[in-house]
Design a protein. Sequence first.
Length: 265
Amino acid sequence: MSTVKDFYNAINEFAPFSTAMSWDNSGIIVGDPDEEVSSVITALDITTETVREAHEKGVQLIISHHPVIFHPLKSLSPDSVPAMLIRYGIAAICVHTPFDMAPCGMNKGLRDILWDKLGFCDAEPLEVTGDGLSIGMIYTLASPIEPEMAAEIIGNALGCTVVRFNRGGRVIRRLAVSSGAGGSLCALAAQKGADALAAGDFKHSDFVDSLNSGFTVIDCGHYHTERIFSGMMKELLSPLFPDVNITETSKGDDPVSYYPVGSED
């Protein structure tokens, strides 16, 4: 029977854990590497609901994108997620920045969703790491597009509830795209000739600075730029472990709720 370590080794082949950013925490975060695995759940985040779902389904391993332990723990309450995993005997493998940068990872997933819808005709890396991998990509569009239209197309393609954007003052001919928090990449994207950056988690100052420089930012939200992780990881691992039941979590909804201000309801 397959073990937690077998899954770690398989993931390590297409998203090497050695490529993780220095601030990241990816790998086997909770559990025994030698634990036998017959059932796996993939998830963007490991929440209390995800753990309960795994326990009810007899799952031995959860594979998530975001680390279940990110900052050093100074205490561990019994109702915390890491404690719940230990109590139920469920291991956790987290594949954060290695999957962001993997050739078959998040960049590819976003490219596959947006390529035809926006008419990409060329691509180049946005930020290249010491391992030669890319955090985000810059795409050249076949035809220029206004910021409003870009926000609409990208938002619909990613299934966003809300898209925040600014009108950078020029049409978009080169579009940078990055999953997750992208605010820190604005200056680099502009420096490399992009007219806009679509990502998540932009701060107010990112909008102000970009507006002042004539650059467009399109904030699709952290969740909606990375929700594809669960399905992608399932598709990558299922052929490698045909005897293991691998499913996506049914509890992977957006943790943010949105109130429709001005509605009559």
